[in-house]
Structures are given as structure tokens and as C-alpha cells.
Design a protein around this ligand. Structure first.
Ligand SMILES: Cc1cc2nc3c(=O)[nH]c(=O)nc-3n(C[C@H](O)[C@H](O)[C@H](O)COP(=O)(O)O)c2cc1C
Length: 333
């Protein structure tokens, strides 16, 4: 078994999101498995500092995977070796990224244009490293080439330890709805024995229970629904264990966690990048707070830490007083 947990719920790898502070936060909230942001192997072998930094993690994050991507065979294998030297619990190969500048070069989901190369690189990585190797991928290149059932067999043949499948093709990018039927076909293929983890549009604990039951997957990956909402992991775990829904986090808890998350990301990424990376989290953190709308734009535009903390203070005042004036007044007007 790759992980101790029966039905692991993963924090899906996301660039500029699944940095160490967010991974630790999700772990505290119940995520069973976390993965780094994807790391470009061509930069790693050239010793590019900000890419190497993405290998960093701490012990509390285990089990943790380092995800790598690239299109150059030698760089992928050498990059995997360097990643393994950081002693993660596993290496995850990204054969799923749909972004044009990545897939267009044959990395990420671009590898569906050359499946023999995908198998060759994957096999070499399996042989080169002394930790388990997993793959994260999509259904295929486009509607006419949903080849995942066969590709999954071949990936298993070259020795990967588990496979995560996002139920979209490359051509779909993030549009439409994730199609879980082919994920279920891979899982229920009698030839397959490695764990199959499903991914795509998981937004509620009920949906996790449904895909578990209907498609028989060995676990799920939660991506976008965790942004500004790390509580989703404890909600899913609780629901799977008890069939009951946990109450949503309080406004105060949302504010406290968001404030700490911001400070931790700034410590990790530096002031400017930290402030910018946090912007994608605010809407979800605060969506349920009355009168948040007018503050949203102000928060998204704020470039100074003091200004952001002052907005948080206004939210805190409002939570105490329930007086809309406290949220709307702007001390620096
Ligand atoms: C902002 C963002 C960054 C992402 N970065 C990565 C990445 O680095 N590696 C990866 O395998 N997938 C990446 N993904 C894809 C997610 O891991 C996941 O497969 C996808 O969002 C579908 O799951 P969801 O519907 O739960 O979000 C990214 C997705 C988003 C929205």
C-alpha cells in the first residue's frame, strides 16, 4: 500500500497555491496526501534557485510528493533524481498540464502526442529513483483520443505505483464538467492493480462519497475547492467517517486562518509575491461574510501588508459589532 490511509484525500498540486504554508494548513485540516507545485526539470538541472526551492517541505507534511514536469528526456530523469534526493515520499510526474506553453512543447498533457515517449521517460524515472513514482494525467488529448484506459495499463507495466486521473481532456482545459466514467473504467479494469485516484470538480463531501461508491476509486484529489477553503478536507473526512456534515467554519475562524495564511505565505515567498499569491484565496475565505463585496475589490487591489491587515481589522470589528459602518469605513481615506 502506498499510503497508510484507506481512502486518501489529496490536496491536488496547484502552481502558486500548494506551497508549504498552504500544504501545512490543509494537512492540519485533514488532507491525507499533499504534493508540491509542479517543478520544471529543465530549470532544476540548471540549478535555478526558485525552482529548487520548490523541493522544500517539512516533516509535518508527509506523506508528500514532489511533482516534476518537462519534455526533455534526460532532464526529466536527472530532475527526478534530484527531486528524490530531497527525500519526498514519492515523485509525481505531471503528464496532465494543459497550458499552451507547456503542452505545446510536449510536456504535461502534450505527451499524449507521443505516448511511447511518455512510457520511456516514465520507465527511466521509475528505474532511476528509490522512492515510489506516481503519475497525474488526463483522459487524453481531445474528445477523439480518450486513450486513458490503455495508457493506464502501459504506465502500470512500466512500474508506476499509482495513477491520478483528472476527468478532462487536454482540449477541454478546465471547461465543461469532469467526466468520471472513464476514471471508473480504468479503476474497474481487471488488468489494473495499482491505486487509481480520481480528480475533477470535487466540491462537496457528498460528491466524494458518491464517486467513491459509484466509481470505486481508491481516493480523490481536491484542487480548486480547497482554495480559500482548507476546511474542505476535515469536512470530507468527517462525512466519510460518520455520514454527517460538519458545521461550516465561523467567520472568526475564517479570518484568523486567512490572516495567518497570509503572513506564512509572505514569509515563504516574500512580500510582493506573497501578497499577490494570496489574492486567489480571499473570495472563498470571506464569501459568506455579509458586506464583503465592497471590500473584495479593495483587498484584491491592496499592495501593502498594513493595508490588508487594516481591512482584516475592519472585518474583525464588523464581526464584533455587526455594524456595517465598521466594515465600510476606510481609515486611510
Ligand atoms: C491554479 C491552478 C494551478 C494548477 N497547477 C497544477 C500543477 O502544478 N500540477 C498539476 O498536476 N495540476 C495542476 N493543476 C490542476 C489541479 O491539480 C487539478 O487537477 C484540477 O484543478 C482539477 O481538479 P479540481 O476540479 O478539484 O480543481 C492546477 C490547477 C489550478 C486551478
Amino acid at each position: 500500500m502506498l499510503f497508510d490511509t484507506d481512502f486518501p484525500v489529496w490536496l491536488s498540486p496547484m502552481e502558486d497555491v500548494t506551497n508549504p504554508p498552504f500544504r501545512r494548513l490543509c494537512k492540519r485540516m485533514g488532507a491525507d496526501v499533499v504534493v508540491t507545485e509542479f517543478v520544471p526539470t529543465d530549470a532544476v538541472i540548471r540549478n535555478v534557485a526558485h525552482s529548487l526551492k520548490k523541493f522544500d517541505f517539512d516533516e509535518s507534511e508527509r506523506p508528500l510528493g514532489i511533482q516534476i514536469y518537462g519534455h526533455l528526456e534526460d532532464a526529466m530523469v536527472e530532475g527526478a533524481r534530484l527531486a528524490a534526493a530531497a527525500k519526498p515520499d514519492f515523485i509525481d510526474i505531471n503528464w496532465g498540464c494543459p497550458v499552451k506553453k507547456i503542452a505545446g512543447r510536449g510536456a504535461g498533457s502534450g505527451i499524449f502526442k507521443d505516448i511511447p515517449k511518455m512510457l520511456r521517460i516514465t520507465e527511466q524515472i521509475v528505474k532511476a529513483v528509490d522512492v515510489p513514482v506516481t503519475v497525474k494525467t488526463r483522459l487524453g488529448w481531445d474528445e477523439q483520443s480518450k486513450v486513458i484506459v490503455e495508457v493506464a495499463e502501459r504506465l502500470q507495466d512500466v512500474g508506476i505505483n499509482a495513477l491520478s486521473i483528472h476527468g478532462r481532456t487536454r482540449a477541454q482545459l478546465y471547461t465543461g464538467e469532469a467526466d468520471w466514467t472513464l476514471i471508473g473504467e480504468v479503476k474497474n479494469n481487471p488488468y489494473m492493480y495499482i491505486p487509481i485516484y480520481g480528480n475533477g470538480d470535487i466540491k462537496t463531501p457528498e460528491r466524494v462519497a458518491e464517486v467513491k461508491q459509484r466509481y470505486n476509486v481508491d481516493g480523490v484529489l481536491v484542487g480548486r475547492a480547497s482554495i480559500g477553503n482548507p476546511w474542505i478536507f476535515r469536512e470530507i473526512k468527517h462525512y466519510l467517517q460518520t455520514g454527517d456534515k460538519l458545521p461550516s467554519p465561523t467567520h472568526q475562524e475564517r479570518l484568523d486562518i486567512c490572516r495567518q495564511h497570509l503572513l506564512d505565505v509572505i514569509e515563504w515567498k516574500g512580500l510582493k509575491k506573497g501578497i499577490s499569491q494570496m489574492r486567489q484565496h480571499y473570495s472563498n475565505y470571506f464569501h459568506s461574510i455579509p458586506y464583503f463585496k465592497p471590500l473584495r475589490i479593495e483587498l484584491l487591489r491592496a499592495t501593502e501588508l498594513d493595508h490588508i491587515l487594516e481591512i482584516f481589522d475592519r472585518i474583525a470589528d464588523f464581526l464584533e459589532s455587526s455594524d456595517p459602518a465598521s466594515i465600510l469605513s476606510h481609515s486611510s481615506d
